[in-house]
Design a binder for this molecule. Structure first.
Ligand SMILES: [Zn+2]
Length: 481
């Protein structure tokens, strides 16, 4: 029997705020354990939460960019469970009235693109972190420490509909989501630092069936590659279970990246296990249509729209548009250079081959490139005006990048002369003609293949500074052919 995988993703994204969601503690990563804490995020009796306005603003921007409907009224609820990393023994989350519902995200996988529906986006606080001690150092075996620096960090949970049909689509969904959230500067989506985390709900069903099969929820997926691999291995496991006459049970499973296997962790809780009830210490919140409009009009142009504009208005191929819009910094840089009069395709080529390579090596974003957009525009203009060849442009770029200087400065420094005009080729061409009588004779006799050789000779005499596009024309002109 052929089975169809059904995948839904729950993605937790840390919002890029300076302080936590219900108190003023810092969200700075990597500080000494329990330094970023106060009575509110430690859940001490008598302390009261206050909602961080900035967190709501960022969450609304993200929800609008994902085409969600913002709830005119939303509230918070307590999700109760006991675990040492949760100081209050409940997490402030949202249950029946989340911030936003019903959006979609365009993904491209396997050469085609389609929309994946988003069910809801809700806000919640993060829990702390357990640090399991290494044996030794006077610490008894089996000791764990708790670091509450993360407790109370603002998160949004973005829940997709079970619309994804392959591990590759799940990967593409995460790529697209990360792309948009980074564009909006809502989150840095750094998986290593835990600012983006993903759980995957996976089930399979006979192809053609519309009812959903029993799902398992995969946890501990700490890279996009592992998300893809874990789903792949889980689909294989469920297929084997069904084919051997068994049935899949609803449970939470962990992924072991070293063994590339999933293993049961616990049977999956139902919502009622959490005894959700409204958070009595926070009021409900209203969002007016005016406010929503203000947020909507403040949204930047999103990657998909920008990609389309680069293709339709600037005539770039799809591939170029994709590469340039991968980071907003790169797209901004490109637009600045083109805004200074450079040809879009030539600029795109130069950015993709020279600039991005140098930036990557230096570990810099385009916004901090030592070669400013103005300097790249100047370099491309020298080339467009025929004053330097394309080869020279590429040759001097690393020096411009490394020293942070203009093209003119590098040319002067390296004693490369500008090709003033075709007239400056007079002398080298005259020499080449007098030194190669046999080749000239062949050329006059119609043997055009020797032209390449003669052009090479002229290039050599000009130390590669002549424009290889002009040289053959000038040669022929002087020979009267
Ligand atoms: Zn605090």
């Amino acid at each position: 029997m052929k089975y169809e995988p059904v995948i839904g993703l729950e993605v937790h994204v840390q919002l890029k705020t300076a302080s936590k969601i219900f108190c003023s503690c810092s969200t700075e990563f990597g500080r000494e354990p329990n330094l970023n804490t106060c009575p509110v995020c430690m859940g001490l009796p008598g302390s009261l939460p206050v909602l961080n306005r900035r967190a709501v603003d960022l969450a609304i921007s993200a929800a609008l960019a994902l085409d969600c409907r913002i709830s005119p009224f939303f509230k918070f609820d307590r999700k109760n469970y006991f675990y040492p990393d949760l100081p209050k023994a409940y997490q402030i989350s949202q249950y029946d009235l989340p911030l936003a519902t019903g959006g979609r995200l365009e993904i491209s996988a396997n050469g085609s693109s389609r929309n994946i529906d988003i069910e809801r986006i809700h806000m919640e606080e993060d829990a702390g972190k357990l640090v399991h001690a290494e044996p030794g150092h006077g610490v008894p075996k089996g000791t764990s420490f708790v670091d509450y620096n993360r407790a109370g960090t603002p998160l949004i949970e973005i829940v997709s509909r079970p619309d994804l049909r392959s591990p590759a689509e799940a990967h593409a969904y995460l790529d697209a989501l990360k792309h948009i959230l980074r564009y909006l500067d809502v989150s840095d989506c750094n998986m290593e630092e835990g600012s983006l985390r993903c759980d995957a709900n996976v089930s399979i069903r006979p192809a053609g069936e519309t009812a959903l099969g029993t799902r398992s929820e995969l946890k501990n997926l700490n890279s996009f590659k592992f998300v893809e691999k874990a789903i792949e291995i889980e689909i294989e496991r469920q297929t084997e279970v069904l084919e051997s006459g068994g049935r899949v049970i609803q449970e939470t499973r962990g992924y072991d990246s070293a063994k590339n296997t999933t293993h049961p962790q616990r049977s999956k809780e139902q919502a009622h296990d959490y005894r959700y009830f409204p958070e009595p210490d926070l009021p409900g919140f209203t969002v007016t249509p005016d406010q929503i409009e203000r947020f909507r009009s403040a949204l930047p142009e999103l990657p998909a729209a920008r990609r389309r504009r680069f293709q339709t208005k600037l005539g770039l191929p799809a591939y170029d548009a994709e590469v340039l819009t991968a980071e907003s910094d790169t797209a901004d840089y490109f637009e600045k250079v083109v805004g200074l009069g450079a040809d879009p395709k030539k600029t795109s080529n130069f950015i993709m081959t020279e600039l991005l390579f140098n930036l990557k090596t230096a570990g810099l974003p385009a916004g901090r490139s030592p070669v400013t957009p103005a300097r790249l525009a100047e370099l491309l203009k020298l080339q467009a005006d025929g004053k330097i060849s394309g080869k020279i442009a590429k040759d001097i770029f690393p020096a411009m990048f490394e020293k942070g200087v203009s093209a003119q400065e590098v040319l002067k420094d390296q004693k490369i002369e500008l090709i003033a005009d075709a007239g400056s080729l007079d002398e080298p061409i005259r020499q080449v003609i007098s030194e190669n009588p046999k080749a000239i004779e062949d050329l006059r006799a119609g043997k055009l293949t020797v032209l390449g050789f003669l052009v090479g000779q002229v290039m050599k005499k000009t130390r590669g500074q002549a424009d290889p596009k002009i040289v053959p024309q000038e040669l022929k002109k002087r020979l009267g052919i």
